[in-house]
Write a protein of this length. Structure first.
Length: 484
RNA sequence: GUGGCUAUAGUUUAGUGGUAAAACACGGGUUUGUGGUACCUGGGUCGAGGGUUCGAUUCCCUCUAGUCACCCCA
């Protein structure tokens, strides 16, 4: 009331007052600056997450929870063991493994010096750190294959866009110690399974083989020679790409470039014999598993350590816009390159942020938390004290219970109870607290009864049981992640 | 890293060179200790800083953030 009156007064006397009040405000501010510098400093903190970083709020958590559960199941069923490695490693680890000259290392890595003078980096991907742990802890002596699973945030200093963040989450699967292509097939099968269980549609698996580093280099040479010879037929953009990233030209959508690339040398023709055999067998396994895939001979991947098999998981929306949900491949040379014993390995990562974006886009249902069925309302100090104990009594007996401690009137508490959709509300007021009783109100029928507090759990359970009987044939009371 | 577009309440969005509005959401209330609806009521430094102006939320510049394309990727 007084506030409104003030406002009216200001309006009445027009802008002179408004002006002076504004001046007064800024005057007050400068005074505050002089008098209470500490407070002002606090005010000036930028209350904003860093660029490309974001909070995953409670509203979004059900989506994440569903993903986590599906990942955990898949991980266990395929025999992966969980591993957690540090977010920060020596920068060298990544420059050596992911590779100099890759965008990830050269342009996108968060690198900094510690107080102790170490040059460290926030992990831009998982595999390097896991390979380091594998070597450091002598995991090579364990029975092979060794399967490791990890989830967590990774960091790339990229320009943010939708589905592209500087801090984003990956789930990572790696297998060490087996070179048989059946493992390649199993890894792809696992990726398929996760995507299917998540209920995602319009997903495409692309596979390719890039052979050994040597065969790949040979191919790039031949390709570059060809493209140079056709330079005059390429678009402006691609002419520039000749110097920076010739492989990219194969992806150009310009008509004239596509005419050129249609006759370009094929990477598969330049594979060494073992790689070709490996790839052939992989495709046989995939056919045997009846897993759909397309061969994309232009698929390269942005990390240096890959050999032989590479694959990516693509999703496309209605407008035909495509983006990658995950990818991986074989990296038979990595462990040795980092100083371990030569160990074949394969793995892949899923981009969780994009997967969740895709879940929302295709309206996949998130995980449903079990909802509380009982609400505890209390009035007055004495009741408040009692209700804390009643709460734990019920909770110990497996009753999911909500409360609104600290909230004022009974009316407002019942409003909350109603909104939560609980089946029972327990009311403890001054009178009940004195009598050691409680009111048990059935929210469905609206009826209520007073019971002794030591009979409370019993009384609540009785009502819940009756209601459950009424629900018979309806939807399950506890929806789970299971497919609907 | 380069270029384009955008920025108003918790959310979605109106609007104006004279300091702001709606819907939904949220809090409080409609006399005693009982839910819904209805009704009443509360909340904004108009992204930040500077400039032009008597006066800027509105026009201009810079920054920040988001978004799109390039690039790259998950």
């Amino acid at each position: 009331m007084p506030k409104t009156a003030k406002k009216k007064e200001v309006k009445k006397s027009g802008k002179t007052v408004g002006k002076s009040s504004k001046a007064a405000k800024s005057f007050k501010k400068t005074i505050e600056k002089k008098v209470a510098p500490a407070e002002v400093t606090q005010e000036e903190i930028l209350l904003q997450a860093l660029r490309g970083m974001r909070d995953i709020l409670p509203d979004e958590q059900p989506y994440w929870e569903r993903v986590r559960r599906i990942l955990t199941h898949a991980q266990q069923e395929y025999g992966y063991q969980r591993i957690d490695t540090p977010l920060v490693e020596f920068a060298h680890l990544f420059t050596r493994s992911v590779g100099h000259g890759t965008d990830i290392v050269d342009k996108e890595m968060y690198v900094f010096n510690t107080r102790g003078g170490d040059k460290v980096a926030l992990r831009p991907e998982f595999t390097a750190g896991i390979a380091r742990a594998y070597i450091q802890h002598g995991m090579g002596v364990l029975p092979k294959p060794i399967k490791l699973f990890s989830v967590g945030p990774v960091y790339r200093y990229d320009r943010p866009q939708e589905g592209r963040y500087r801090e984003f989450w990956q789930a990572n699967f790696d297998i060490f110690g087996e070179e048989d292509p059946i493992l390649d097939a199993q890894v792809i099968q696992l990726a398929h399974r996760v995507v299917r269980e998540l209920g995602l549609k319009n997903i495409e698996f692309q596979v390719n083989s890039i052979g050994t580093p040597e065969s790949r280099r040979d191919y790039e040479k031949v390709l570059l020679r060809y493209l140079e010879s056709q330079k005059h037929k390429l678009c402006q953009n691609c002419r520039e790409r000749l110097a920076t990233n010739p492989m990219r030209i194969l992806d150009c959508k310009e008509d004239k470039c596509m005419q050129v690339t249609a006759h370009a040398p094929q990477s598969l023709d330049y594979l060494d014999v073992p790689s070709r055999e490996h790839f052939k067998r992989l495709l046989e396994y995939l056919d045997e598993l009846e897993l759909p895939y397309t061969i994309n001979t232009r698929l390269v991947r942005g990390l240096d350590y890959y050999t032989k098999t590479v694959f990516e998981i693509w999703s496309s929306d209605k407008e035909g816009k495509k983006y990658s949900l995950g990818g991986g491949g074989r990296y038979d040379g990595l462990i040795q390159m980092l100083g371990g014993e030569a160990t074949p390995a394969i793995g892949f990562a899923l981009g969780l942020d994009r997967i969740i974006l895709e879940m929302k886009r295709t309206q996949v249902k998130p995980y449903q938390e079990p909802k509380p069925k009982v609400f505890l309302a209390q009035l007055g100090d004495m009741a408040k004290k009692k209700s804390l104990r009643l709460f734990s009594d019920l909770e110990k007996n497996g009753v999911l219970i909500a409360e609104s401690f600290g909230r004022g009137t009974l009316k407002s508490q019942l409003r909350v109870a109603n909104r939560l959709g609980v089946e029972v509300t327990i009311i403890v007021g001054q009178k009940e607290a004195l009598d050691e009783t409680a009111i048990v109100k059935d929210m469905v029928s609206g009826t209520q009864e007073t019971v002794m507090q030591d009979k409370l759990v019993e009384a609540v359970k009785k009502i819940l049981k009756v209601n459950q009987g009424l629900n018979h044939g309806g939807p399950l009371p506890h929806p789970t992640v299971e497919e609907d």
